[in-house]
Design a protein around this ligand. Structure first.
Ligand code: ADP
Ligand code: MG
Length: 689
């Protein structure tokens, strides 16, 4: 044991831990005493009631307090199987405890020992017996596991829940007083919140259900409050940036663009364009999320928003997650907008220096009205003359920070983020704060659901002849190869060999190959060829997952589909079914895991992106689905963004009020320090005095 224990003391130095077990603890993300305090039980066992032998009922699990009468270690007829049997009495009745292969338990329990036994109860030849019970010898100390609600910790190989329980019991009395409650007293009183240390203790050893709920609420509040406080501070800092430009919705450029479109807007598109128009006519920054299923036509809405900036005399920026998508958008927008005299530049990694220079200059001098690009848009040298509005497509692919970086290229530009993954309100609020939401809840007319089928490997030949038929009718086909090992090189290898094979099998067809490691020029050329129908079959890695839009493509084959995530499969499927022809999504491979099978079944069962997102949320958790996980913003120990909406609202209100009256948090320095330690970097908070 270390001399003085601190929250950041390494667990290695705790009694009974050592470096071997410390490594195992690390698997549970536990390195320090503080981490250990926040390792909360996975469940609890109610051992408050101690039952007399007479009152036991077979088929239940119960706790008995009894004295050992005799104990014997008996060999059995089966080799390798040992049996310890103890005769017990609670003073009135008798019963047995039975352990299989639990060595040493007989030595722990010499006759006369008083102990508690917790386990399943059976009736055997008229006597009750408890099989493989958890046992605790009663001595002078306060018992851990007797007559109370007992925590069961998440076990990992080599660390039993029992061992963890002992470790925590040992550490709690010294470690809990180290927890400082930095929540302002006023808030604690107003919201009737327990003291932090008491709540943490209560999560380990709750007295009853109500006590547990109160403790949980306190710790969840703490977690949600800190994030909300960080967000409120950030907003406060951003607001000092000044007013946003008033833009001009449905001005001449927007109208000309609409006239050039080959279709009228859907009702939903019209509504959302109106909502955006209302926002950007004000000098307060728009902060709006557009949710719309794959294929619902978000791009057109985005372009109209960007044109509101142009019509108002400002520039617009359109950030997308992949180069393939940037290329496509740039080509389309240029085709539609150059006739109107607008210059649209493309910014992506690996542009030839001359082109990059020229594009940057055009943006800085204001000759270019719009920029389409990948992450390259937020790089240092990129400067706009008058950036008025930014659109971020497939928001879940970007982090909160990147969005901030792009907004920083202008003076409080309006922001529209778009996603095909419906995000629960609790999550949008907790990650983005005050975010208005628009929904495209209508697909363009004439769309038919994509026929989605699972195809086992043994039916591969039939699949090949089916796509042959489709190509003969002039349709185009995607063939997506899976991630092999999280390794690009291997992915590329598998796609390359599939490309060779399919070229051989379809000698008369034009078979293309697209993957992330190709030179941009090649990607661009291939994509253009596919758009023009000059490629029949496109073999690709997941680079085509989002955004690619070719109406004549009617078949999406996904190889080894069980390896993909559910939302990812839905996105891939969304690449087809964009024209009037019947379209197919064929999931090739034999699902070997339960999870994989479930995903594939879910996809075959529904085409509704909202349904799919719901299922995905359940399978993977919200942080993962919405792409915020990697920023550590939602790595809560206790709070659950899907369930704790009410606590979240309270925490948010308190955080906003606090920032309102004390924006530098000068009156609560400890809270401020804790906040900066946790989120200063993640939220890019300015260090203020
Ligand atoms: P997503 O919401 O997935 O980004 P896109 O913006 O790529 O969808 O649009 C999908 C396809 O639907 C595109 O080919 C687009 O041209 C077409 N589209 C968009 N709006 C309409 C509409 N109102 N009527 C018909 N087709 C439309
Ligand atoms: Mg899109």
């Amino acid at each position: 044991m270390t001399e003085t224990l601190a929250l950041d003391s390494d667990v290695r130095f705790l009694r009974g831990v050592g470096s071997g077990r410390a490594r195992l603890l690390e698997r549970l993300s536990i390195r320090t005493v503080g981490d250990l305090l926040y390792l909360f039980p996975r469940r609890y066992e109610d051992r408050r009631q101690l039952t007399a032998f007479e009152a036991l009922r077979p088929g239940t699990t119960a706790a008995v307090l009894a004295r050992v009468v005799t104990v014997e270690n008996r060999p059995t007829r089966r080799p390798g199987l040992t049996l310890v049997r103890a005769l017990l009495t609670d003073g009135k009745g008798y019963g047995y405890a039975l352990w299989f292969n639990r060595r040493g338990v007989d030595r722990l329990l010499p006759p006369g020992t008083e102990a508690s036994f917790y386990g399943p109860i059976e009736l055997h030849r008229g006597k009750f017996q408890i099989t493989n019970p958890d046992v605790e010898v009663i001595d002078e100390g306060e018992p851990d596991s007797t007559g109370r609600i007992v925590p069961v910790y998440p076990a990992t190989e080599g660390l039993s829940p029992l061992w963890l329980r002992r470790l925590l019991r040992q550490i709690l009395p010294q470690a809990l007083p180290l927890l400082v409650d930095d929540l302002p007293e006023e808030i604690r009183r107003r919201r009737s919140l327990l003291d932090l240390a008491a709540a943490v203790e209560g999560l380990h050893y709750p007295r009853d259900g109500d006590h547990w709920r109160a403790c949980r609420r306190r710790v969840a509040f703490q977690e949600l409050f800190l994030l909300q406080l960080g967000l409120a501070l950030r907003r406060h800092q951003a607001r000092k940036g000044g007013l946003s430009p008033r833009l001009t919705p449905m001005g001449p450029m927007a109208r000309a663009f609409l006239d050039a479109l080959p279709f009228p807007l859907t009702e939903a598109q019209r509504r959302v364009v109106g909502e955006i128009g209302a926002d950007v006519s004000l000098d307060e920054p728009m902060n709006r999320l557009l949710q719309g299923d794959v294929g619902s036509g978000k791009t057109v809405v985005a372009v109209l928003a960007l044109l509101a900036a142009v019509d108002g005399g400002f520039q617009g920026a359109f950030m997308v997650p992949t180069e393939v998508l940037a290329l496509q958008h740039h080509r389309r927008l240029s085709a539609l907008l150059s006739p109107l005299g607008l210059h649209v530049v493309l910014l992506r990694g690996g542009l030839p220096p001359r082109e990059r220079e020229e594009n940057l200059r055009a943006l800085e001098e204001g000759r270019a009205s719009l920029a389409v690009g990948t992450h390259a848009l937020i790089q240092e040298g990129v400067r706009f003359r008058r950036l008025g509005l930014i659109v971020i497509d497939e928001q879940h692919r970007f982090g909160v920070l990147q969005r901030g970086a792009l907004a920083g290229k202008g003076e409080s530009p309006h922001v529209l983020v778009m996603t095909a993954t419906p995000i629960p309100r609790t999550l949008t609020v907790s990650i983005y704060g005050d975010l208005a939401v628009s929904v495209l809840d209508e697909l363009p007319p004439g769309r038919r659901p994509v026929v989605t089928r699972k195809v086992e490997s043994k039916d591969r030949r039939r699949l090949l002849s089916f796509i042959d038929g489709q190509m003969r009718e002039g349709r185009q086909v995607y063939w997506v190869c899976p991630l092999v090992e999280e390794s690009e090189t291997l992915d590329v290898a598998s796609a390359t060999s599939r490309h060779e094979e399919l070229s051989r099998l379809f000698p008369k067809r034009r078979v293309g190959l697209l993957h992330g490691q190709m030179a941009s020029r090649e990607k661009e050329a291939l994509l253009a060829a596919f758009h023009e129908g000059a490629v029949d079959l496109l073999v690709a890695t997941t680079v085509i997952e989002v955004g690619v839009d070719v109406a004549n493509a009617t078949v999406m084959v996904v190889e080894d589909a069980q390896r993909f995530g559910l939302s990812q499969l839905h996105q891939l499927r969304g690449r087809v079914g964009r024209g009037a022809e019947e379209s197919y999504c064929l999931l090739l491979g034999d699902a070997t895991t339960v999870e994989g099978r479930r995903r594939i079944e879910a996809l075959c069962a529904t085409g509704d992106g909202f349904r799919i997102a719901e299922i995905d949320l359940r399978l993977r958790g919200p942080g993962e689905v919405c792409g915020v996980r990697q920023h550590g913003l939602t790595d809560f120990r206790v709070a659950d963004l899907l369930k704790d909406g009410k606590i979240l609202d309270e925490a948010r209100r308190e955080a906003q009020d606090l920032v309102e009256i004390d924006p530098s948090l000068s009156r609560c320095p400890r809270l401020r320090d804790g906040l900066y330690r946790l989120y200063g970097e993640g939220l890019d908070l300015a260090v203020t005095g």
